[in-house]
Design a binder for this molecule. Structure first.
Ligand code: HPA
Ligand code: ZN
Length: 328
């Protein structure tokens, strides 16, 4: 079976980060917003490094101003993901970008996103669930408002709470109140850590936020005791190899620690993060892992099952998606 047709589970995708540049340009034109500065001559997103990426990301997101815009984005993103064999996906959603953290507005954005996701499920067989995500560099007070949005809408569709943005802004513990609120609302938890800061950022996220998954977490490889802890406690890493290589966390996939983490018994999953920004797709991730580390079909089947096990959705949804993986 070709890698593009192989059924896949993706756990780490920023919804706005999945927006094709042409989609953002089209929406900017409709609204007469000038964001031409965020594109290269070839039409791709233009930025110098991760911090500039965050600025360009926010500029791209600024053209999305209504629930209907987010519905169209969801349709565009899921169409692409489904074309690459993704059958189950969890996406980060930020009330900051969806109604400015107002609970009533957030409900409207969420309803529009869910409706688009339901249509994509009926048409393309892809199931989407949401992880509500404050933006770390917006600070802990805004994160509390975001946690309230998450708590008010927690259920079968909003299944998790996370944190994205600049990993160097503040400490995980600054966001403990928001994470406690989300946990009390029954949400599963994840946090970006161990991408731009070292192993201690992962230890702090585990200890202070009590997350069960880590976004990236790859720099755990710098601390063997932490690698042992991740394996022992079955902490799941949402690894995004293409993103890490594109942004220069590692010079090449060959130098990336995903294979060493896997060999050490850590549960690793594979995602694209912000695919058009990093010029990747799930098929490309699979191709590159096969080429660089010799992963075969069995390895990818095991990866998809482990990823589904680590998903935050309910057991019925997992059982339904598991059938899609078995029939491959
Ligand atoms: N990393 C951290 N924060 C983000 C990202 C990302 O890839 N995309 C959007 N916010
Ligand atoms: Zn991310």
């Amino acid at each position: 079976m070709s890698f593009s047709a192989m059924p896949k589970v993706e756990l780490h995708l920023h919804l706005e980060g999945g927006a094709p540049p042409a989609f953002v340009r089209g929406m900017a034109k409709e609204k007469s917003i000038d964001i031409s500065g965020i594109f290269n001559e070839d039409g791709s997103y233009a930025y110098r490094d991760f911090w500039h990426f965050l600025e360009v990301y926010e500029a791209a997101t600024s053209v999305l101003t209504s629930p209907e815009d987010f519905a169209r984005l969801t349709t565009a993103v899921l169409e692409k993901s489904a074309a690459h064999g993704v059958v189950y996906c969890e996406t980060f959603l930020s009330p900051d970008f969806c109604g400015g953290r107002d609970v009533g507005a957030w409900r409207e954005y969420l309803a529009a996103i869910k409706e688009a996701a339901d249509k994509a499920e009926a048409q393309n067989g892809i199931t989407l669930r949401g992880i509500v995500t404050p933006i770390r560099h917006f600070g802990p007070e805004k994160a509390k408002e975001t946690a309230l949005c998450a708590a008010e809408t927690a259920g079968d569709w909003v299944v998790g709470f996370g944190i994205a943005g600049d990993e160097k802004a503040g400490e995980p513990g600054d966001f403990a109140y928001a994470f406690d609120m989300a946990r009390e609302a029954g949400l599963d938890l994840t946090a970006h850590a161990g991408e731009w800061r070292g192993p201690e950022s992962i230890t702090n996220a585990l200890n202070d936020l009590r997350v069960s998954r880590i976004g990236h977490g790859v720099r755990s490889i710098e601390d063997p005791a932490l690698v042992d802890r991740l394996a022992e406690e079955k902490v799941v890493l949402e690894v995004c190899p293409g993103s890490n290589v594109f942004l220069g966390v590692y010079p090449s996939l060959a130098a990336h620690p995903i294979e060493r983490l896997r060999e050490a018994g850590v549960i690793v999953t594979v995602s694209t993060d912000d695919p058009p920004f990093f010029h990747t797709t799930m098929t490309r991730e699979y191709n590159d892992l096969a080429e660089t580390f010799g992963w075969d079909d069995d390895a990818f089947r095991a990866l998809a099952r482990a990823s589904l096990d680590a998903a935050f959705c309910d057991a019925d949804t997992k059982a339904r998606v598991a059938k899609r993986l078995e029939t491959s």
